[in-house]
Design a protein around this ligand. Structure first.
Ligand SMILES: O=P(O)(O)OC[C@H]1O[C@H](OP(=O)(O)OP(=O)(O)O)[C@H](O)[C@@H]1O
Ligand SMILES: Nc1nc2[nH]cnc2c(=O)[nH]1
Length: 181
């Protein structure tokens, strides 16, 4: 395998969803959210860092009034297996009495979204809804499911469209995986 820090690395990665397919799936997700949030004025919390790119594509397609903030919670930190969730930045907007919409790149085990859900409810949110680009299918799920997802992937480590592989390639234009051995 070509070194990860060379452009040639991407030639060997397996493309699971190309840019066009990812963008089309985000359009469908936006349509669902526009229907379901039409009469709400949610606080949207983007989960950094991975949620940045999906949020950048999704938010301009949302047609309801919203307030935007972000949180930085991480449990993988450049690795391929997660540990406990570390909070780096908490939201600045009050969540009391608010409908909260969380945007993230992937629901894997679900521990990150579970912890963010609890955090928002403890701070007085009326409801917490989560929307992710990718739902990873496997039997190791924590108890909190995500409410909306745009695409599904098998149980492989994926990167691109916001998600990193060893800290790199969040900028890859679709969803990629390492080639199967
Ligand atoms: O469902 P889980 O198993 O909890 O994993 C999902 C989380 O993992 C990734 O974040 P990561 O900790 O890698 O931080 P990052 O967003 O900075 O990449 C991703 O952005 C989700 O927030
Ligand atoms: N980059 C990346 N981050 C994750 N966080 C949880 N699962 C994944 C994954 O498959 N890829």
């Amino acid at each position: 395998m070509t070194a990860i820090n060379t452009p040639g690395f991407m030639d060997q990665a397996e493309c699971l969803y190309d840019h066009q397919t990812v963008c089309a799936s985000i359009e469908v997700l936006a349509a669902s959210l526009n229907h379901d949030f039409a009469d709400k004025q949610p606080v949207v919390l983007v989960v950094m860092t991975g949620g940045a790119i999906v949020a950048g594509h999704l938010l301009p397609q949302l047609s309801f009034p919203l307030e935007l903030d972000y949180i930085h919670a991480t449990r993988y930190q450049g690795k391929m297996t997660g540990e406990k969730v570390r909070w780096l930045v908490q939201p600045q907007i009050s969540l009391i009495g608010r409908d909260v919409l969380i945007i993230d790149d992937i629901h894997d085990v679900g521990l990150t979204l579970g912890e963010i859900n609890s955090y928002c409810m403890e701070r007085g949110a009326t409801s917490v809804t989560s929307a992710v680009l990718l739902l990873k299918n496997h039997p190791r799920k924590a108890s909190v499911p995500c409410d909306y997802h745009a695409l599904e992937v098998d149980d492989r480590f994926v990167f691109g469209f916001g998600m990193d592989y060893k800290g790199l390639w969040r900028n890859a234009p679709g969803i990629f995986a390492l080639p199967k051995a």
